[in-house]
Structure formats: C-alpha cells, structure tokens
Design a protein around this ligand. Structure first.
Ligand SMILES: Nc1ncnc2c1ncn2[C@@H]1O[C@H](COP(=O)(O)OP(=O)(O)O)[C@@H](O)[C@H]1O
Ligand code: SF4
Ligand SMILES: [Mg+2]
Length: 363
C-alpha cells in the first residue's frame, strides 16, 4: 500500500441504552462499532461493505468528526484527530469530507445549488475569497458534469443522479484529500449508479483523492475499490484486495454475501451456489460471545462461542502464501470460490462439504 493517509485503530462507538425518565439509568449499550481497524493509502479506495445496521455510517461519522469515538484512534498523516480541537481540528476536517447517502434529503431544499456547493467556504473562507466563490462553484459544477448555468437552481429541479453530483461537488469544494462516501449510490437507479461511480473514479485520479466508499452490496464497490473490508455487527471480519475478497474469500460471512451478488452471465448463474444464512442479525445490544457471526454460521463449533477470532492472516494460509493469505477473522477460514473469476465461465469450486443451504436456482 502507498503511505497511509488514514490509520484507524481499535475504533469503538457505544451508545448508552437508558431506562427511566427522571432517574435515567444506563441498562446497556448499543455496540454500533466495536473495534474497527484499517489503513487507507493516499489516492486509494477502501470499500466497506456490510448489511444494514452493521455500523458503517457510524464509522463514517467518526471519520468526519460528526460523532466522537468511545475508544480508539483515527490518525490522519500520523496525528490522532480524535484528540484535536479548535483550529487544528478545523484544518484536518477540511481535508476529510463526506458525501451522504441520500441526495434527496441531504441537500437543503431552500438553498440554491450555488449556495449549497459554496457553503463550505463560509466555514473556511481562507480557501476561497468572497469575490471568487461563484467562479469556483461554476468550475465545480463543470467538474462534476453539470451545466454551470444551473448555479441559481434549486435541488428539486434536478434528478437523483444530478443531486448526487451536487453533493459530490460540495464535497470537493475545499479540495480535500479524503472523501468518505456513505452509500453514495444506494438511493439511485441502477442505470445512474454506474455514472456516478464512473464520475467518482475520474475525480479520484484528477484530484488524487483517497476514498472510503461504503456500500451494503459487494457488487457496487468492486470496480472502484483497491481493497475491501467486510463488516458484520460492528467489526471488520475480512479484508483484502478486491481480487482476494471476490475471488478468494475465506470468511463464511463474505462467502454468503458474495453468493447473493447478481451474476449477469446466465451460464455462470446456473452453476453458482446460493448460501442462505439462517436467522437474523443479532442486536448490537446483545452481541454473541466468541465469534459474533456464530449464530448464523454453518461451520460454527464449540470453540467459536469461546474464543474471539482475531482479524489476521490465518496461519495455514500464511505458510502457503497466495491470494487466500489475507486477514480473516475466522477460526476455520477456508477458501471458497463463490463468484466466477472475471472473464472465466467456470462455476463455483467449493471446498469442504459443510451443510450449505441451497437457494432454489438463480435468484
Ligand atoms: N445515535 C444512535 N443511538 C443509538 N443507536 C444508534 C445510533 N446511531 C446508530 N445506532 C445503532 O447502531 C447500529 C449501527 O448503525 P449504522 O452505523 O447506522 O449502521 P449502517 O450504516 O451499517 O446501516 C444500528 O443498530 C443503529 O440502530
Ligand atoms: S469463527 Fe466459527 S462461527 Fe465464526 S465464522 Fe469462523 S467458523 Fe463461523
Ligand atoms: Mg448507513
């Protein structure tokens, strides 16, 4: 990896769970984020993927300082930004910007596009002197593929994809080095999703941006991510390069998520195996002991309830090397090809013969 621009270590966010109106008593905690570690290189994209409620947005909010971590550190160029305040914090915040999930609700309907995109300059006037702002906003509109003449229009005059372009232009206004994009295309039509992802791809090389790109679906992040982290119940359970995760997943949860990814090729679709997980995701107020995935894992054994699996390269893969040798928090990690390799048409080659759930044909 290139020199890290962000290093997240032991990141935790617990929300207290209280009871009583007058005498508020803490009766537990929502463990929204429960020990997350990752590094982000300059100009790199880290995809973070996981089902709804696993803590992705909470991680995003901590990265841009909208939430304070309960524990852990976020180092930006070596400095822990969770300990900064005042001017030093403001300077760092300028460099880490967020693009929000829902372009329909995240833009103030009563502000013009020009005011929305230029608003960050009110907080950071040092970036753009007052007289120069409209010129810059027009340039930003052009950069994201919108007509600069639209500067006086209101959000409702734009489509969903155009609104997300406006959100991206606003994210770029302060020339950040890192953009945290929280499900930036989830609210958009499939046909528009690709356009917005392509735009983000282009902007990345143009402005040397590093992205934390969050999604609930593995198929969306593949083409934009250099590395991917798979989250489950507040933790990253597997992380690796895109090839390692998509073609050589070793954690059962990743394998299950991959088995639900749409496969366009009908022949490959016919051969692939759907892994249907039993049960629901446990509540983050009551996380299972040992491996947090064990209540839904078809491979779970007694050890899984006792011992928390560390996110590390499993010893048996480390010795052999190759693409299976990447971080996986599973005591019994084994490779399973779920999605046919790109450009190949062979079906899944599963190892082991665990009690796999089979979905009825292509989904
Ligand atoms: N302010 C809050 N107070 C209490 N619980 C919260 C709060 N914000 C999020 N949560 C809970 O934390 C968990 C993770 O939420 P979130 O980070 O939004 O997940 P995701 O973005 O992956 O869907 C969920 O169970 C959610 O209900
Ligand atoms: S540690 Fe056990 S329960 Fe957890 S994913 Fe691995 S096999 Fe399943
Ligand atoms: Mg979210």
């Amino acid at each position: 990896m290139t020199e890290p621009i962000l290093e997240v270590s032991g990141l935790v966010k617990h929300y207290p769970l209280t009871r009583g109106v007058v005498f508020r008593k803490q009766v537990g905690a929502v463990r929204a984020v429960d020990g997350v570690d990752f590094r982000l290189g300059r100009g790199e994209t880290l995809g973070i993927v996981g089902e709804s409620g696993c803590g992705k947005s909470t991680v995003a909010k901590m990265l841009v300082n909208l939430e304070r971590p309960t524990a852990g550190s976020i180092r930006y160029k070596g400095e822990d930004i969770t300990r900064l305040s005042g001017r030093a914090l403001k300077a760092v915040r300028r460099n880490i910007q967020m693009v929000f999930q829902d372009p329909y609700t995240s833009l103030n309907p009563r502000m013009t596009v020009g005011d929305i995109i230029g608003e960050p300059y009110d907080i950071h006037p040092e970036v753009a002197p007052k007289g120069d702002r409209r010129r810059r906003v027009r340039e930003l509109l052009d950069v994201v593929g919108l007509n600069p003449e639209y500067i006086n229009r209101y959000p409702h005059q734009f489509s969903g994809g155009q609104r997300q372009r406006i959100g991206i232009a606003r994210g770029l206004a302060l020339r950040p080095e890192v953009i945290v994009a929280d499900e930036p295309v989830s609210a958009l039509d499939v046909s528009v999703q690709a356009q917005v992802i392509n735009l983000m791809d282009r902007l990345q090389s143009e402005f040397e941006l590093a992205y934390v790109f969050i999604a609930h679906d593995l198929s969306i992040v593949r083409h934009i991510s250099d590395r991917v982290g798979v989250m489950y119940l507040g933790r990253i359970v597997e992380t690796g390069t895109d090839t390692e995760i998509y073609e050589h997943p070793t954690h059962p949860y990743t394998q299950a998520l991959l088995s639900a990814v749409p496969v366009p090729d009908p022949e490959a679709r016919e051969h692939r195996e759907r892994i249907i997980l039993s049960g629901d995701v446990p509540s983050p107020t009551n996380i299972p002991s040992g491996c947090r995935f064990r209540t839904r894992c078809w491979k779970a054994q007694e050890r899984c309830a006792r011992e928390v699996p560390a996110l590390a390269v499993p010893a048996w893969f480390e010795a052999a090397g190759g693409p299976a040798a990447h971080d996986s928090a599973c005591h019994f990690a084994e490779e399973k090809h779920v999605v046919p390799a790109e450009g190949h048409r062979d079906g899944p080659r599963g190892h082991g013969d665990g009690p796999w759930g089979h979905g009825g044909g292509p989904g």
